[in-house]
Design a protein around this ligand. Structure first.
Ligand SMILES: [Zn+2]
Length: 205
């Protein structure tokens, strides 16, 4: 969540909380800085079967071509859980965190608590397209040169002002100007627009 992998010139001063440094063959360094220590590092033999990192249990990446509407529909069809909890389940799709789950659900006009199985085929199709599109835009918006990033100690990386929903409780919805609301879904704080993201209980498939 907070850890950073940095490729730096050899002589670059170490950031605080740098826990691991790899010396690359071209003279640069790959450093791992992690203030909150959520990160893990494993050293494993080339032929060793990975039964411990959990990587094998991850679902597909949102940018994987195999991650399409048919795939998403098969994943969600029988799940009564809230759609937001499903998006955060890394065994279903890898790499969506709390912030971008809110942004994606807003873009898709889905209430975070809507049961996944109640989504219509059209909603799933839209969601499957909006997941990679929202993430790709975020990557683009946060582009910064490696030099600027290192110079600023990572402070250039501030995505919050670019977010439309997350952290904007009480602010006007960018679409309809209703006040955005916060609720807790699966133990995670969630922001949504009560008007654009109305809950739908009936199965409209
Ligand atoms: Zn709205």
């Amino acid at each position: 969540m907070t850890g950073r992998l940095l490729v730096t010139p050899h002589a670059h001063p170490a950031w605080p909380h740098t826990h691991a440094v790899f010396h690359l063959s071209d003279g640069r360094q790959l450093r791992f800085a992690d203030q909150r220590r959520f990160g893990r590092l494993w050293l494993r033999q080339t032929d060793e079967i990975d039964t411990f990192t959990g990587i094998a249990r991850l679902g597909p990446e949102p940018f994987d071509p195999a991650f399409d509407a048919a795939h998403l529909e098969a994943l969600l069809r029988r799940r009564r859980r809230a759609i937001k909890s499903c998006l955060l389940d890394q065994s279903l799709v890898a790499g969506i965190g709390n912030i971008y789950a809110d942004e994606i659900l807003f873009a898709a006009r889905l209430h975070p608590e809507q049961p996944a199985a109640s989504l219509s085929r059209a909603q799933i199709r839209r969601l499957a397209a909006l997941i990679p599109a929202t993430l790709a835009k975020a990557v683009d918006d946060n582009r910064v040169t490696p030099e600027a990033f290192l110079q600023g100690g990572g402070t250039e990386y501030r995505n919050t002002p670019l977010l439309r929903i997350y952290g904007h409780e009480g602010d006007p919805c960018p679409r309809c100007h209703s006040a955005l609301r916060r609720l807790t879904v699966g133990g995670r704080s969630s922001c949504h627009c009560p008007k654009c993201q109305r809950p739908q209980s009936e199965n409209r498939r």
